[in-house]
Design a protein around this ligand. Sequence first.
Ligand SMILES: CC(C)(COP(=O)(O)OP(=O)(O)OC[C@H]1O[C@@H](n2cnc3c(N)ncnc32)[C@H](O)[C@@H]1OP(=O)(O)O)[C@@H](O)C(=O)NCCC(=O)NCCS
Ligand SMILES: [Zn+2]
Length: 227
Amino acid sequence: MNEVEVWWARVDQARPEFLADLNSVERERYARYLRDADKARFLLGVTMVRRLLGARMSLPPANVVLDRTCRDCGKPHGKVRAEGVELSVTHSGEWVGLAIGTAPVGLDVERIDAAQDVDGVARMSLAPDELAELARAHDKPRAFATYWTRKEALLKATGEGIAGLQSVVVSGPDRVAAVVRWDDRVGPAQLVDVAVGGPTEVDAGHLAALAVLSAEPPVVRVDQFRV
Ligand SMILES: CC(C)(COP(=O)(O)OP(=O)(O)OC[C@H]1O[C@@H](n2cnc3c(N)ncnc32)[C@H](O)[C@@H]1OP(=O)(O)O)[C@@H](O)C(=O)NCCC(=O)NCCS
Ligand SMILES: [Zn+2]
């Protein structure tokens, strides 16, 4: 079965003692973030990966071997990888998310920003059909965040990142999440919207989507990360 676990943590769950489990590359990246909220989101993402994989592998979190090599430049800021599982980390606003699957996964969360200049960024990221539908939306920031998370989830599953945004077309905000056009990328992809926050607490101020590179629709289990 194509199962995917999605874990959410709130940014205020980050604690300084989590730093003890980070490797030297992760500590260096943590130190380079200027804003406390960015530090907290990064630290929490690393901690979720290390603790959840450590529990699966019966290893202390610090001993989980992670590869963060960027496929574009070789620096350690790429998609996080571990042996035997597929992972995707995402952070925005109040939330940090982690997807764990058996097929390649991409998870993207965005805080809906009511003050955002949606039109400017939409022109650089949406395909013509998507732009036309966005123009008809009543709540443009929410509609744009729906497109962005769905597209970005797909591109995080493939590892391409934002460079491919306009070459992927997804269903619009009033429709169920689906891939409309995937150009010449290899193989099938599944796309689903995911509630942000966990089974007992849904935060409507954020949106998230999950992509899985598989022929079979995923069975998604959403949970809140407890520390
Ligand atoms: C990398 C990228 C996909 C992240 O998107 P974002 O919305 O800014 O941030 P998110 O919080 O959703 O995702 C960040 C996580 O994505 C993962 N990631 C990094 N590169 C990735 C890629 N190419 N594909 C999938 N996931 C990637 C990392 O795990 C990162 O979290 P971590 O470093 O804290 O563990 C996006 O910034 C991008 O496409 N950038 C352009 C490519 C780029 O800048 N490459 C680096 C320079 S060579
Ligand atoms: Zn890079």
